[in-house]
Ligand binder design. Structure first.
Ligand code: UDP
Ligand code: MG
Length: 169
């Protein structure tokens, strides 16, 4: 039986600074999964903290938040993508490699391009969701329903008084 899944990928600021975007996307295309959403995001402190909320009690949390916000690499953005297809979560995690770049398979993305800083932070160039519930939580955190080209999760129409937004002039 087919197990169609969606997973969030972030090319983190070190990946952007090291000019690895093309290489990482080429590696990800080996999975034959489909890109169903993509955008460049300026990461607020709130977004970074919500993304990594499960690590909030770790000693490296403040540094990790700065890392995701791009403050360690002078690149205040990440490239956020949603990949969809059969077994998407495990396929991307396999290709990404272990969290610790020293322990990651040397041919994986993190094994090839990651490093551990002198402060002990794992700069591992890519984020990949770990399981279906985390993938759903993360995709909903980073993307609006209209930014994803398929209907992944239930959505609703929200009308708000005095709602303003920018349009092209
Ligand atoms: N991280 C770190 N030191 C650790 C564990 C995690 O610097 O001991 C960083 C690393 O950048 C990692 C991120 O925190 O990618 C999120 O950690 P998580 O345990 O969720 O690992 P992942 O799901 O990214 O493999
Ligand atoms: Mg994780």
């Amino acid at each position: 039986m087919k197990n169609t899944q969606a997973t969030l990928v972030l090319i983190k600021p070190d990946g952007l600074k090291k000019s690895l975007t093309g290489n990482i996307l080429a590696r990800l295309s080996e999975t034959k999964l489909e890109i169903i959403a993509a955008k460049v995001v300026r990461v607020s402190k709130e977004l970074a903290e919500q993304h990594y909320y499960h690590l909030k009690d770790k000693p490296f949390f403040p540094e990790l938040i700065k890392y995701l916000q791009g403050e360690l690499h002078d690149r205040k953005k990440v490239l956020a993508l949603v990949y969809g297809g059969e077994d998407a979560i495990n396929k991307v995690r396999q290709l990404a490699g272990a969290t610790n770049p020293e322990e990651a398979d040397p041919t994986s993305i993190r094994g090839s391009y990651g490093r551990i800083t002198t402060k002990g932070l794992y700069e591992n160039v890519i984020h990949a969701s770990t399981n279906e519930s985390e993938a759903e939580r993360e995709i909903k955190l980073w993307f609006l329903p209209e930014e994803i080209i398929v209907d992944l999760y239930h959505a609703k129409i929200k009308t708000q008084d005095q709602c303003t937004h920018r349009v092209w002039a």
